[in-house]
Design a protein around this ligand. Structure first.
Ligand SMILES: Cc1cc2nc3c(=O)[nH]c(=O)nc-3n(C[C@H](O)[C@H](O)[C@H](O)COP(=O)(O)O)c2cc1C
Length: 212
């Protein structure tokens, strides 16, 4: 099993050319939605949302906002990982209400932690909170890339886009969101030369330090 996973991670690559006529099924998209929702986040606050775009006109309009990278047009779906525009006290309280509902955790246990988070977030600058939220989006990206690999779904993680322009086009501000990362998903084109290239990595011996 372990080596199967490594083989799948070697199979995946940042797809440069998608086959525009091969579409993912609803079932495959559902797996990616579930994986996104199951991503671990700091304190479990999940300050993220994910847009799933399949509309061809919208995908076409994303190309000039994505450094002319054609993946956003040709992929079956474009996932846009977004962060919330802020963490309000109500947002934190609704998280703890959810824990109470789902786990029946007594308020005596939840309240001190809730107070701690309310205090902690009240003392932070908006920029610090935004950076913290963006880090959570990167975790979701990593999770999705692995799940895509395991499911045989091709993907291209992308920072090469203009978030402010995405936000305007997609009406994200009105939803209280800011785009952080883009992930076109679908199937590689048969002639994507990048799929044949060897992986370039520093190597386990160089990136792993063992302390025995
Ligand atoms: C956060 C992040 C942003 C990236 N942005 C882009 C991008 O905008 N366009 C692109 O073609 N590849 C992008 N990549 C792909 C990387 O260049 C690629 O993952 C890396 O070179 C390793 O190659 P591999 O993923 O094919 O193994 C990005 C990767 C990550 C993790």
């Amino acid at each position: 099993m372990a080596s199967e996973i490594i083989e799948k991670l070697k199979w995946r690559y940042a797809c440069k050319k998608f086959n525009p006529s091969k579409k993912l099924t609803e079932g495959q998209i559902q797996i990616l939605k579930d994986a996104f929702n199951l991503t671990a986040t700091s304190y479990g606050l999940q300050p993220l949302k994910m847009l799933v775009i399949s509309n061809p006109e919208i995908k076409e309009q994303l190309v000039p906002l994505s450094m002319d990278q054609p993946q956003v047009k040709d992929a079956s779906h474009v996932l846009v990982l977004c962060r919330e525009n802020g963490i309000s006290p109500d947002y934190i309280k609704s998280h703890f209400n959810r824990v109470e509902d789902i786990r029946n955790t007594p308020r005596e246990i939840l309240d001190p932690f809730q107070e701690y988070l309310l205090d902690s977030f009240a003392g932070k600058e908006a920029e610090e909170v935004s950076l913290w939220m963006s880090k959570q989006a990167y975790l979701a990206l990593g999770n999705l890339l692995t799940v895509c690999a395991l499911e045989g779904i091709d993907a291209c993680p992308m920072e090469g886009f203009e978030p402010a322009k995405y936000d305007t086009l997609l009406g994200l501000k009105e939803m209280g969101l800011t785009s952080v990362l883009v992930l076109p998903v679908g199937y590689r084109a048969d002639d994507d030369l990048f799929s044949e290239l060897k992986k370039v990595r520093r190597g386990v011996a160089e990136v792993v330090i063992e302390m025995n």
